[in-house]
Design a protein around this ligand. Structure first.
Ligand code: FEO
Length: 397
């Protein structure tokens, strides 16, 4: 079996991006990212599944030609129109002018809107099939995983799913393509970070798609980002299932802002006291310095969130406000919550934190710890210890 052949007649032709520093101009890429594309060779026809980001067009076309040689691409299946997967379409169309572009009604509207392409297209509907000779592709709509036009494509002969963004991860592919060919350690957290940042708002549509896909036998998952899953399919589906149900694992995230270090000392005290109470999974983020994508990842990963903020201009500290805005945008419906904070002459931050948690319908764990002025000269340490003890007590229950 050739290096890029996933199953007989289905090849990986994607590319690695190790130079873009921010995905969607927002999210950091410490391990890079891959844009995955796949070539399906039927006895009669060929089909390409999705493309790659446009700046990798030359490498992408070489990958395709290495497999296809002189055969044409008969169909381009567009599972997802976000430009990291679609922006090479126009170039590809120029090289393969007879290639027919397959998508659902929403895809074809976007294809015209983004690239002015409206000819040589094939519209497909839920469950429709496209025979290629020895390989039959079926299409299932998966709207809002992660855009409204998203669909997935299934090859029954190989029980193989081309899943668009679903089951994707950040992280370029380090030589291997299949999960069995890679050291996977960092991909699990990169999968959570990818989910939290990119798909996190769409828990309900992901659940709907998972239920639809449960009816299909699946031995291989080919996502648009990250490894091809075979050996780890159970774990991958479990992570997506839990995250889309917003189920956190037992663990505590402490996220805070601090101008002069007083609120930071509260955070440190709470973390130390929690650890002394036997809590082992504790992550502390100073929001002025943390990578926000890792904070979102950890809030999705763990079931308890403790947020601290000084009062700033009569409101929340801006970086704390920014985190809450991102959490609200993702509609995380269930978390255990506690708040702490500080003020110099009039406190509002702690009240705002608790109002936010109430709006999100999160479970309040205990009284907040609120400090006036400096940490060293007041009873804040005791308040933080009491907060930590109450949180640890609730967690142990
Ligand atoms: Fe990788 Fe939603 O695009």
């Amino acid at each position: 079996m050739a290096f890029t052949e996933i199953v007989p007649g289905i090849h990986y032709v994607g590319v690695n991006d190790r130079t873009t520093t921010r995905f969607e101009a927002l999210w950091s890429l410490p391990y890079g990212v891959s844009y995955n594309s796949y070539l399906v060779l039927g006895t009669e026809k060929t089909a390409l599944i999705d493309t790659v980001e446009a700046s990798f067009g030359e490498e992408f076309v070489e990958n395709i030609r290495e497999i296809l040689a002189d055969r044409p691409i008969d169909y381009l299946i567009v599972n997802h129109m976000e430009p990291d997967h679609s922006s090479a379409i126009r170039t590809l169309r120029q090289i393969y002018p007879d290639m027919r572009i397959v998508g659902n009604a929403k895809t074809l509207q976007m294809l015209d809107g983004y690239y002015g392409i409206h000819e040589g297209t094939v519209e497909v509907k839920e469950g429709e099939q496209l025979p290629l000779g020895g390989k039959t592709l079926s299409f299932y709509l998966a709207p809002m995983v992660h855009w409204p036009e998203v669909m997935v494509t299934y090859c029954a002969e190989h029980e193989l799913l081309f899943s668009a963004d679903a089951f994707g991860t950040f992280g370029a592919l380090n030589g291997g393509i299949l999960d069995s060919q890679l050291t996977l350690d960092h991909y699990w957290d990169e999968m959570r970070r990818y989910y939290a940042c990119i798909v996190g708002k769409y828990g309900a549509p992901v659940q709907k798609a998972l239920k639809k896909l449960a009816a299909l036998p699946i031995r291989t998952i080919c996502s648009t980002h990250g490894p091809v899953w075979q050996e780890e399919i159970g774990r991958v589906i479990d992570i997506y299932d839990r995250m889309s149900r917003y189920e956190g694992e037992p663990g505590v995230v402490i996220a805070y802002g601090s101008m002069y270090g007083n609120t930071a000392r509260m955070a440190e005290k709470i973390a130390r006291e929690l650890a002394a109470s036997g809590i082992r999974r504790i992550v502390v983020h100073d929001l002025s310095y943390a990578d926000i994508s890792t904070v979102l990842r950890d809030v999705f990963k763990y079931d308890t969130l403790i947020v601290g903020s000084p009062t700033y201009n009569g409101d929340l500290f801006p970086e704390v406000e920014a985190l809450l805005q991102k959490l609200a945008a993702r509609g995380i419906p269930k978390r255990k919550f506690a708040a702490f904070g500080s003020f110099t002459w009039a406190g509002t931050a702690v009240r705002h934190l608790n109002d936010f948690a109430q709006k999100m319908q999160w479970e309040p764990l205990c009284e907040s710890a609120e400090m006036k002025q400096g940490y060293a000269h007041c009873t804040a340490g005791k308040l933080c210890a009491a907060l930590a003890e109450a949180v640890a007590e609730k967690i142990r229950q």
